[in-house]
Write a protein that binds this ligand. Sequence first.
Ligand code: GDP
Length: 386
Amino acid sequence: MQSTLQVDSPTATTQVSTPTPTTVVRAPTASVTVISSPPPPRRDRPDVVLITGIAGQDGIEMSRFLRSVNPNMRIIGIDRRHTREYLPHIAEALRKYVDEIIYADVMDYHAMLDIIGRLRPDHVYHFAAQSFVAYSFMNPAATYENNIMGTLSVLSAVADVHPTARVYFAGSSEMWGRPSTTPQDENTQFNPRSPYAVSKVAGFYTARYFREAYGTFVASGIASNHEGEYRGHEFVTQKIATWAAKLKMGRYEDIELGNLDARKDWGWAGDFMGAFYSMLMAERPREYAVGTGVQHTVRDFVEEALAAAGFRARWGDEGGSAWDGDTRVALVHINPKFIRPLESDNYRVDASRIKQELGWEPRVAFEGLVHLMVYAAERRIQMYGY
Ligand code: GDP
């Protein structure tokens, strides 16, 4: 499949025309229709899909997934970071899977109105967000602005100019905070413990009120950590996988980590994209918990990544080390700088609702995920040197 990356000039958003007020039509009566009689099932596949946050992990993984569903689908991404060059492996993926990138800020309601009104996408995946939890403690205001106002603006634009579009809202297991009960599901109480989590809870309820008040087809996932080869380097999984891949290639370096005991439900991002897609293909929009149902610690991730690279982990009080059998080749240091003011963990997701209603189940288990990431990191280092 040949797809071209049409990269608009950074000034693209300035071409956005301000709509006349008459295009702003919201239908407050639609809620009754949605609750009492859901719209007819839509079994045909989308022709045009809009993805916000296209250059992030989920934007790329979703484009790749959609290409496999229908090579002729028109996939358009929104990205706001036109000032920075993409890392080569990200640029390569965007060229391969995405037809067009529009540079715009999701917080700019008028830009969203123009883009959504012009493209009339069948599906909108709203992934654009400040998604790094640790950074959200450093800049809560930017996190709230991007994640809450961005969601409001996208949903408002859909409701006002193209209300038949189906929207996915990316909720997160972080919204549960540190739940005392496992597993978690759609009924588990939210107890957000980071600015990121607070912003996602606000976005989640914003999506719910658009669904109920305006009849917007907006489905929300409460997704646990999902990882893969396009994960950003600031996330612990990519950091560990890249380190292990370097050891495998004979580049012995130490690594600094924070809380090794954090317990997460890590799944493969490619699997999760199938879950999000199935939510938009469903008869009605709902909220679904998405995860693998298996819990692992950061320590487990280190051990598995070292195993994938042919090493063994030995743990001590201060951290740990990687052994090639007889010889210690690298150290794991604990650096308090990577420990957060509040930890959110103890996730193990019960995804029965999505399994029963939409038939979704993850295919890649933890071990497969870690090996996949170490292998991809090795390939990336060989190709691009990082
Ligand atoms: P998050 O779950 O979305 O915040 O994803 P991260 O990959 O950033 O963090 C996952 C878990 O790893 C969190 O519980 C962190 O506290 C823990 N962790 C331990 N060491 C590190 C580290 O060096 N970097 C990051 N990002 N997280 C770490």
